[in-house]
Write a protein that binds this ligand. Structure first.
Ligand code: NAP
Length: 317
């Protein structure tokens, strides 16, 4: 019988589906695994359902030596917490859950765009504080989003879903940067550089994967190029953005506001960011809806099922 480890608290349906595959050890905890437990797990289990925060570094694979584990089935599309090359060398397949997260994360990007542009966080704090003096014609004026120019950094599944919502829902003009041209059923301009995209956008949103290639991809030059009424939104990964540069741009009112779901050193959110009124700060809620989390988990379980049966994983990375 296959031995399976689930490293984090999961929706019940996901745990139940995994139990159909073998003997499940369920670590029903919300915090990531510690390094020693991960090293041991590679020797103790045939398949591991893991997620964001479990840092599967080269050092962990090296310390584990010859792994019993055949598969790290990641719960999530982003897998920058796994050293995929080191896993490959150790004979461990890595899979993710593409597609299941797309609409939920795009919806959250729209939440951040609207909340930031229309100063919803600030307004909510005002009302809750009992400090609202009543409606007047120049109260809390924000950015009108309809018809604005959206710049998408990373035009993959999520980037395209955000652009689709912004084009069809809000009549926005779409620009993007990606490594390749996209065929889309709405008009969109591919820009040659981040600077060109930033200067041609009222709202800039990131949707690239995290990792070495995109580390600090967005920094001072992007914020300098954006118009001063510009809104920046990050739903990708925290380290895609130079957070210190973002804070400096916000403090100097170089840009009008930011909406963030992810942070460079999360769950740490700098005091300087928390002190700013012109930012909306969410606790990595991109896929946080039961339906979405179940779909992610069931896809991870499908990958476990395939690899444990000696088949090719449907979603290897
Ligand atoms: P995807 O379909 O692979 O799209 C990634 C896009 O980024 C592609 O368009 C790709 O270009 C582009 N890209 C990659 N490296 C680039 C680079 N160096 N320069 C410019 N563009 C680059 O992935 P997805 O499903 O949309 O997911 C994107 C990311 O969102 C995930 O990796 C994850 O980190 C993040 N995410 C966050 C949440 C959340 O909770 N906030 C939820 C889900 C996902 P090409 O198309 O030309 O290859």
């Amino acid at each position: 019988m296959s031995r399976i480890l689930i490293t984090r608290s999961m929706p019940e349906r996901v745990v139940a589906a995994a139990r159909e595959l073998g003997e499940v050890t369920y670590r029903d905890e919300t915090k990531p695994m510690a390094r020693d437990g991960m090293v041991a797990a590679l020797g103790d289990f045939d398949g591991i359902l893991t997620t964001l925060g479990d840092g599967w570094s080269a050092e962990v694979f090296e310390a584990a030596g010859a792994a019993r584990c055949k598969l790290l089935a990641n719960f999530g599309v982003g897998f920058n917490h796994i050293d995929v090359e080191a896993a490959r060398k150790a004979g461990v397949v890595v899979t993710n859950t593409p597609g299941t997260v797309t609409d939920g994360t795009a919806d959250l990007a729209l939440t951040l765009i609207l909340m930031t542009a229309r100063r919803a966080g600030e307004g909510e704090r005002l009302v809750r504080a009992g400090a609202w003096g009543g409606w007047h014609p120049v109260q809390m004026l924000g950015l009108h989003v309809t018809g604005k120019r959206l710049g998408v950094i990373g035009m993959g599944r999520i980037g395209q879903a955000i652009a689709r919502r912004c084009h069809f829902g809000f009549g926005m003009e779409i620009g993007y940067v990606a490594r390749s041209d996209k065929t889309l059923d709405y008009p969109a301009t591919r820009h040659e550089s981040l600077g060109a995209l930033a200067s041609a956008s009222d709202i800039v949103v990131t949707a690239v994967p995290g990792g070495a290639e995109t580390h600090h991809m967005v920094g001072t030059p992007v914020f300098e190029a954006m118009p001063d009424h510009g809104i920046f939104v990050n739903i990708a990964r925290g380290d895609v953005v130079d957070e210190a540069a973002l804070i400096a741009a916000l403090e100097a009112r170089r840009i009008a506001g930011a909406g963030l779901d992810v942070y460079e050193f999360e769950p740490e959110v700098p005091e300087a960011l928390r002190a700013l009124e012109n930012v909306v700060l969410l606790p990595h809620l991109g896929t946080a809806a039961l339906e979405v989390r179940e779909a992610m988990g069931l896809m991870a379980v499908d990958n476990l099922r395939a690899v444990l049966a000696g088949e090719v994983a449907p979603n290897s990375v």
